[in-house]
Design a protein around this ligand. Sequence first.
Ligand SMILES: C[S@@+](CC[C@H](N)C(=O)[O-])C[C@H]1O[C@@H](n2cnc3c(N)ncnc32)[C@H](O)[C@@H]1O
Length: 210
Amino acid sequence: MTKKHTDDAVEEIERITLDHYETNAEAFWQGTRDHDVSQNIEAFLKALPQREGLDLLDLGCGPGRDLHYFKGLGHRAVGLDGSQTFCKMAQEHSGCDVLNQSFAELDLGEQCFDGIYANASLFHVPSQLLPSVLSACHRALREGGILFSSNPRGNDEGWNGQRYGHYMEFDVSQRFWNDAGFEVLHHYYRPEGMPRQQQPWLAIVSAKRN
Ligand SMILES: C[S@@+](CC[C@H](N)C(=O)[O-])C[C@H]1O[C@@H](n2cnc3c(N)ncnc32)[C@H](O)[C@@H]1O
C-alpha cells in the first residue's frame, strides 16, 4: 500500500536520510568497501549483452565500490547519489562521472543506458515516489535494458533510526515494476544458501518491456 506524504514530507525524508549518509560517509565506506556483492553483479551482467563498452548507471552508488568494478570491466559506468560526499568519494575511487541527484529530482535523460544497477538504494524511496523513480529508470534505459535492484525485504514503511525505508516482498515489488513497464526476469534471496527467514535481501533482475 502506498503511504501518502506531502511534498514537504518527502523532501524531509530525503534530507534526513541523506544527512545520515553524509555524516557517516567514511565509516560507511570502511564498513562496506569489502562487501561481497559478486552474486548481484553477476546477475546484473549476465542479463546484459555480453560485450564491453556498455552504458551503465549505478543508481545510489554510495562511495563507488561497484562503479569502480564496472569501469574495470571496460564499461562506460556513471554513478548517481544524493550525498555530495559519496559523489566525491565515488568519483575519486572509480574515475567515473557521478551525478549528484536525489531520487525525487532525477534527471536521467532518455534511452541512454543499457543497464541500471541499484544495489541497496531503492528501498530508501518512499512508496509514493517509487512509480516516478521507476518511470525515470524506464525512460533512461534503451529497449530491452536491464534494471537490477537488491533491497532489504518486508512489509513495512517508515523510519529506521535516521534512515527512511520502504520494505517490500516480491509480490508487491513485482506490481510496482510491472506498472512501470518492467518485466521481472528472475529474483532471488540473499545471503545464498540460508533458510528463507535468514535471507533479508530480495534481488530482482528486470527488463524494460513497453
Ligand atoms: C545502503 S547505501 C548503498 C550504497 C551502494 N549502492 C552500496 O551497495 O554500497 C544507499 C545509498 O542510497 C543513497 N540515497 C539514499 N537516499 C537517496 C536519495 N533520496 N537520493 C539519492 N540517493 C539516495 C545513499 O546516499 C547511499 O549511497
